[in-house]
Design a protein around this ligand. Structure first.
Ligand code: HEC
Ligand code: HEC
Ligand SMILES: [Cu+2]
Length: 405
């Protein structure tokens, strides 16, 4: 197959042009003959009938057989191209698309998930369709493919993008309040870009914030984690580590804790680590208090590897389809200010006032229909596919304040 074509679109377009074109020709032909007859045989010109034709067998056969053939070719051409839409070329790359109220989720063979469809250009793509709740319909206008997704039934579409680009994906089956939000895109990447994207660990994993700050603030210009820099003390798991320091010329041994690290960063000239020159600049306003806490935590605990990014998890799992971060109520309550909220819920018909904490949030996500928030419908889907670590990361983010990009 030529990678520079859009096979599904050209197939559908050709059928459309053929049917529309032949209809147009017939319309024009019949209209012209009709007008000509009206003028040529009008009564004022021919007061008396000029001929009395009984019939014409050959003419009748022609005008029966010819239109039948035209209609049959329309059917044939349409059928062949329909089969083209259903026959997925061999070696197609498979992606599962799940429709749910009110977002699409894409899942790849290696387990990666995303809220946009990422695929390589020039390769046939098979999209396996499913729905978790109600009828949705997967529609990619640029590729002329559209198919309903039905809970419990697996269907599919396929397409091939000739080149790199971004194309709309819609839901075209009215599925409730948030129907219009079920818009996303297919991001067609070059094969190299796609391979890179596909082999990234998972989008929900990121470098911890503390590590990012150390890099952004230039701390790693002097400090290292592996002892490779001798200008400044090596970072690592610093919690409980003993230090020889001198404060105003007085030597003493201390155990590293939060307060010590805070002083070491805000006022490095106060406590000097033995054996190092007093060259560390003091960091004031450029590091906010909350960023400083992140740095300190990171230094105390050391590098524990990539962490799960709660915001990305919320995004990828379609939580933002029903929950806002700006205080506005969508289908569900807003995530804004969750931490300081007392929420009114109904449990087994009894009304309760609950303080929002990690335990409550865990229940709200794992078993959303046990405690229903007042004034909201009990339609939140249980997030059964999320691991405990993922739920923990989400809860942490919700308590800190989720932030939808
Ligand atoms: C210009 C080089 C330089 C830069 C940039 C620098 N440091 Fe330092 N840092 C030092 C030196 C030298 C010491 C040891 C002397 C002292 O205590 O001031 C030190 C000490 C420390 C200590 C105490 C470490 C221990 O093991 O007791 C901490 C914590 C620290 N730095 C954090 C930071 C952070 C966080 C940043 C970035 C915001 C940073 N440093 C940027 C040079 C630097
Ligand atoms: C189909 C819409 C929908 C989706 C998708 C959805 N929720 Fe909800 N959520 C709701 C509704 C409606 C409520 C309120 C009724 C209830 O408690 O079940 C709710 C309640 C909550 C609450 C309790 C809020 C409070 O103010 O007490 C939390 C926490 C929550 N959802 C988190 C999530 C997370 C995390 C996800 C993604 C994994 C998610 N939701 C996905 C609709 C949704
Ligand atoms: Cu839908």
């Amino acid at each position: 197959m030529n990678p520079l074509t859009n096979p599904t679109a050209s197939g559908v377009d050709n059928v459309l042009i053929y049917i529309f074109g032949s209809s147009l020709l017939l319309l024009a032909g019949i209209t012209i003959v009709m007008i000509w007859f009206v003028i040529r045989y009008r009564r004022s010109k021919n007061p008396e009938p000029t001929s009395d034709v009984e019939g014409n067998l050959w003419l009748e056969i022609t005008w029966t057989v010819l239109p039948t053939l035209i209609v049959l070719t329309m059917f044939w051409y349409g059928w062949v191209n329909y089969l083209g839409l259903r026959d997925v070329p061999e070696g197609a790359f498979e992606v599962r698309a799940t429709g749910r109220m009110w977002s699409w989720q894409f899942e790849y063979e290696n387990g990666r998930t995303s809220s946009k469809l990422y695929v390589p250009a020039g390769k046939p793509i098979k999209v396996i369709l499913n729905s978790t709740d109600v009828l949705h319909s997967f529609f990619m206008p640029a590729f002329r493919i559209k198919r309903d997704t039905v809970p419990g039934i697996e269907t599919y579409v396929w397409f091939q993008a000739p080149e790199v680009g971004s194309y709309d994906i819609f839901c075209t089956e009215y599925c409730g309040t948030g129907h219009a939000d079920m818009i996303t895109s297919a991001e067609i990447l070059s094969p190299e870009e796609f391979t890179a994207w596909y082999s990234e660990k998972t989008t929900a994993q990121t470098v911890p914030r503390g590590r990012q700050l150390l890099e952004e603030q230039g701390c790693l210009g002097c400090h290292s984690f592996d002892g490779s820099s001798s200008i400044a003390p090596t970072f690592g798991k610093l919690k409980g580590v003993k230090r020889e320091i001198s404060t105003e010329g007085q030597k003493k041994e201390i155990t590293i804790d939060t307060d010590y690290l805070r002083r070491a960063i805000r006022t490095p000239e106060v406590d000097l680590v033995e054996g190092f020159p007093p060259i560390m600049p003091a960091y004031g306003d450029e590091i906010s208090e909350s960023d400083l806490d992140e740095i300190i935590n990171y230094l105390l605990e050391g590098d524990t590897g990539p962490v799960l990014d709660g915001n990305k998890l919320l995004e990828e799992n379609g939580c933002f389809g029903c929950h806002s971060t700006d205080g506005s109520a969508l289908v569900g309550p807003s995530f804004k200010g969750l931490k300081d909220r007392t929420t009114e819920v109904k449990r087994d018909g009894t009304e309760l006032q609950l303080k929002v904490d990690a335990d409550y949030l865990r229940r709200a996500i794992r078993q959303p229909n046990k405690e229903i928030v007042e004034d909201y419908p009990a339609i939140m889907p249980a997030a059964n596919h999320l691991s405990d670590e993922e739920i923990d990361a989400i809860i942490k983010t919700l308590l800190k304040g989720a932030d939808q990009q």
